[in-house]
Write a protein that binds this ligand. Structure first.
Ligand SMILES: NC(=O)c1ccc[n+]([C@@H]2O[C@H](COP(=O)([O-])OP(=O)(O)OC[C@H]3O[C@@H](n4cnc5c(N)ncnc54)[C@H](O)[C@@H]3O)[C@@H](O)[C@H]2O)c1
Length: 333
C-alpha cells in the first residue's frame, strides 16, 4: 500500500485529490485537517459540504484515515507523520482566500508560512520514507501577468519572475522559497503546483463561480465589476485533481514547479454568459467598482503537458454544466 498524507485534505481541492488517489486500490489516504472556515456560516455552505465530503470519503473504509489537527501543532503533526510514514505528502492546508489574507495578515502568516515551516521541519527531523513533498502554491505568486508590445497579456510561465501584489501571493511565494531551501540543504524531494481559479462541486469559499451559480439558481442578478473583462484561467476540479496525482507519481516532476490549470484565460463576463445559457432567466448587470487584484489570464501549461502528459478535459462550458448538475442533484445550492 502507498500512503498519501494530505494536509487540508478535508477541503475542496483536498477532497477531490483524495478521491483521485483512491481510484487506485493500492493507495491509502491520511487526511490531516483543522476544519477551518473563512466565510461567516450564515453566508456559506461550508457545513453541508464538509459533511458531504466526509460522508463520501467514508465509503472507502479503512483506506481513508482522518485526523483533526493543525499543521502548526508541531508535536501532533510529527506524531501523525511518524505513525503513518507516508510516501507522498501533499501540503494543501492554507488560508486560501486572497482578500481574507489582506484583511488578516497574521492569520495568513500562521496558516501559510508557519504551517509550511512546521511541516518541513517535521519531515527534516523524522526519518520518513518520503518519495515526494508537494507544496500547493498559486497563480497569485505571479502578480500582474506580463504584457506584449500590443498590451496583450502573455501566458504566465513557471520560470518567469514572480511579483505578487497581495499578502496571499507573497506568503505562497515565501513558502515556495522555503521548500526549495529545504530541498537544497536537507535533500527534500519536492514538487510545486500552481493552480488558479479552481471551481466545481463542494467549493464553498465564495469564489466567483460559486457566487454566480448559486445567485443564478436563486434568481439573483450576476454583477459584473467594470464590465467583467477581467480574465481567469478557470480550472475544473477534476482536471486539477488529476494534475496533482500526475505530479505526485512522476519522477520527471521531481524538484520542479508546474502550472496546473485548464490553460485558457476567459473573462468573468464569459462565465456569466455560460451560466445564462444553462439557466436562461439569469439577469446580468454591470457595476463600476474599485477592485484590487492582479491582472491575470492564461497560465502556460505546456510544461505539465509535455513532461507529465497532463491533459485537462473541461473547458468552462463543460465544467459549469457538470457543476450545475451536481448542485441540482444534491439539492445543495
Ligand atoms: N481553490 C483555488 O482556486 C485555489 C487556487 C490556487 C491555490 N489554491 C490552494 O489550494 C489549497 C486548497 O485550497 P481549497 O480551495 O481546497 O481551500 P479549502 O478552504 O476548501 O481547503 C483548505 C483546507 O485547509 C485546512 N487548513 C487551513 N489551515 C490549516 C492548518 N493550519 N492546519 C490544518 N488544516 C488547515 C482547512 O481546514 C481546509 O479544510 C490551498 O493551499 C490554496 O491556497 C487554491
Amino acid at each position: 500500500m502507498k500512503t498519501y498524507f494530505l494536509t487540508g485534505g478535508d477541503g475542496f481541492i483536498g477532497f477531490h485529490v483524495a478521491k483521485e488517489i483512491l481510484k487506485d486500490e493500492d493507495n491509502k489516504v491520511v487526511i490531516y485537517d483543522a476544519h477551518k472556515h473563512y466565510i461567516p456560516l450564515e453566508e456559506s455552505s461550508w457545513f453541508k459540504y464538509q459533511q458531504y465530503r466526509i460522508k463520501e470519503l467514508k465509503k472507502y473504509g479503512e483506506r481513508v484515515v482522518r485526523m483533526r489537527g493543525d499543521v502548526t501543532d508541531k508535536e501532533l503533526l510529527k506524531q501523525s507523520l511518524r505513525k503513518y510514514n507516508p510516501e507522498i505528502i501533499i501540503h494543501l492546508a492554507a488560508l486560501p482566500i486572497a482578500k481574507v489574507c489582506d484583511d488578516y495578515p497574521d492569520e495568513a502568516r500562521i496558516n501559510i508560512f508557519e504551517s509550511t515551516i512546521s511541516i518541513l521541519e517535521a519531515i527534516r527531523n523524522l526519518n520518513l520514507n518520503l518519495d515526494k513533498f508537494i507544496y500547493t502554491s498559486s497563480s497569485m505568486v505571479y502578480g500582474d501577468f506580463l504584457r506584449d508590445n500590443e498590451n496583450n497579456i502573455i501566458p504566465a510561465k513557471e520560470n518567469q519572475q514572480c511579483n505578487p501584489i497581495g499578502i496571499y501571493g507573497a506568503m505562497k511565494l515565501a513558502g515556495e522559497h522555503l521548500v526549495k531551501v529545504y530541498s537544497k540543504r536537507f535533500n527534500l524531494p519536492y514538487s510545486i503546483i500552481r493552480p488558479s481559479a479552481v471551481y466545481g462541486p463542494t467549493d464553498c469559499n465564495r469564489r466567483v463561480t460559486e457566487i454566480f451559480l448559486t445567485n443564478a439558481l436563486k434568481g439573483k442578478e450576476l454583477v459584473l465589476d467594470n464590465g467583467g473583462l477581467h480574465k481567469l484561467d478557470f480550472s475544473y476540479i477534476k482536471d486539477v485533481a488529476k494534475g496533482f496525482v500526475l505530479v505526485a507519481n512522476s519522477k520527471k516532476a521531481l524538484n520542479e514547479t508546474f502550472n496546473i490549470t485548464f490553460g485558457e484565460g476567459r473573462t468573468i463576463k464569459e462565465l456569466a454568459e455560460t451560466i445564462k445559457k444553462l439557466i436562461p432567466n439569469t439577469k446580468i448587470i454591470e457595476k463600476t467598482r474599485d477592485v484590487y487584484r492582479p491582472n491575470r489570464g492564461t497560465l502556460d501549461i505546456s510544461k505539465a503537458k509535455n513532461l507529465l502528459g497532463y491533459k485537462p478535459e473541461y473547458n468552462l462550458e463543460k465544467g459549469m454544466e457538470e457543476y450545475l448538475d451536481f448542485v441540482k442533484n444534491n439539492n445543495l445550492s
